[in-house]
Design a binder for this molecule. Structure first.
Ligand code: ATP
Ligand code: LTN
Length: 327
């Protein structure tokens, strides 16, 4: 089985990224051949700073190794190191409908109210589909916000297959049962996000312990006092329960039972503490790995070579099926 996922190179990673995606990369790397891609080409579709992109890319590589990706159990690489990704995006744009892209909610959300909306933001999902399809991927571990993009990738695979002959495997998204959509602690009806959320409501994996505790202590909860998992009625408390459940491996019903008759305050304090403990080993490993840029670059170089080798036959087949004269 082949596993593939991509993660943006900019933005500091938060507990939503960790629970919704990163920890599942680590968990799936032994389920088959796993490729994980830092999608730096995607990062230029919104306003960004080049020096920041450069530094954040290396930060993220160190963080992914720190959460448990092992160079000998999976392939981690930078999207821009494997030129086939940009090529696949162009080729797949031939089977992508303009109207289809216009319906993408992420495009609408990220473009809304902006003075400048890049063409790249619009075609972004085609690049993402290419990322996945080039690796003949079976499963894509992602958070809930990526459902529509995965659906598009499946659609493009099917359209290509029927137009040019069977080539791509049609991939399937896998979403965590708990924590597929972690909400902002200050605005629990909105997804936690470094690009769209509040700073105080976004807990970063690399936040110092005191900052983590404070963010949970000040989390917005709902009216009432009962610690019950009811996402529609009690989005704030339900979000905290989900985070606590993941951080402690305690089923949701047990969390509810443990806080029966106690107030929200206890829960907030305990979630903060559990998350500090959850991130402690990750932060320690990160501090060890990040300074050695030579080693990070070496690992990414090896990763890119492997990724090129895996994706090259599919890229070549795409060109041939589409009628290109090959050198
Ligand atoms: P952001 O919204 O912070 O800008 P993003 O979703 O645009 O993040 P990535 O950092 O590439 O971009 O996301 C990496 C992974 O994290 C994706 O699989 C995404 O589905 C998942 N993810 C992002 N936000 C959340 C969240 N709040 N809850 C659960 N999973 C999430
Ligand atoms: N669009 C995703 C990032 C992404 C991705 C991918 C995820 C780019 N290419 C391929 C899974 C598979 C996001 O915004 N989080």
């Amino acid at each position: 089985m082949r596993v593939f996922s991509g993660i943006q190179a900019t933005g500091e990673k938060h507990i939503g990224n960790y629970i919704g995606a990163m920890r599942n990369y680590a968990a799936t790397q032994d389920e088959g051949d796993a490729d994980f891609c830092i999608v730096d080409l995607h990062s230029i579709t919104v306003d960004y700073d080049p020096q920041d992109l450069h530094d954040r890319t290396l930060d993220l590589a160190a963080l992914l190794y720190a959460v448990g990706l092992e160079p000998d159990r999976c392939t981690l690489f930078l999207q821009s190191h494997v030129s086939g990704h940009a090529e696949a995006a162009w080729l797949l744009s031939a089977v992508t409908g303009f109207g289809q892209l216009g319906r993408m909610t992420q495009f609408k959300e990220k473009g809304e109210g902006k003075e400048f909306v890049s063409a790249g933001l619009f075609t972004y999902p085609v690049l993402m589909a290419g990322d996945i399809l080039l690796y003949q991927t079976d499963i894509v571990p992602v958070g809930d916000d990526q459902r529509q993009h995965i659906e598009l990738a499946r659609d493009l695979a099917e359209r290509f297959n029927s137009r040019y002959g069977e080539l791509f495997k049609v991939p399937r998204g896998v979403f965590p049962e708990i924590g597929a959509r972690i909400m902002d602690l200050q605005e629990p009806t909105n997804k936690m996000s470094t690009t769209g959320g509040t700073q105080q409501g976004t807990v970063l994996v690399l936040d110092p312990p005191d900052v983590i505790r404070r963010k949970f202590k000040t989390a917005v909860t709902d009216s009432g006092r009962e610690v019950r998992y009811l996402p529609d009625e009690k989005p704030g408390v339900s979000n905290l329960i989900e985070i606590f459940s993941v951080a402690t491996s305690m089923p949701i019903a047990d969390v509810e039972a443990a806080y029966d008759g106690r107030g929200y305050g206890d829960l907030k304090g305990d979630v903060g503490e559990a998350v500090v403990e959850l991130f402690r080993p990750v932060q320690e490993k990160y501090a060890e790995l990040r300074p050695d840029e030579g080693e990070l670059r070496r690992r990414l170089h090896v990763g890119a070579e492997k990724a090129r080798e895996t994706s090259a036959p599919t890229l070549e087949a795409m060109y041939r099926r589409m009628g290109f004269v090959r050198p």
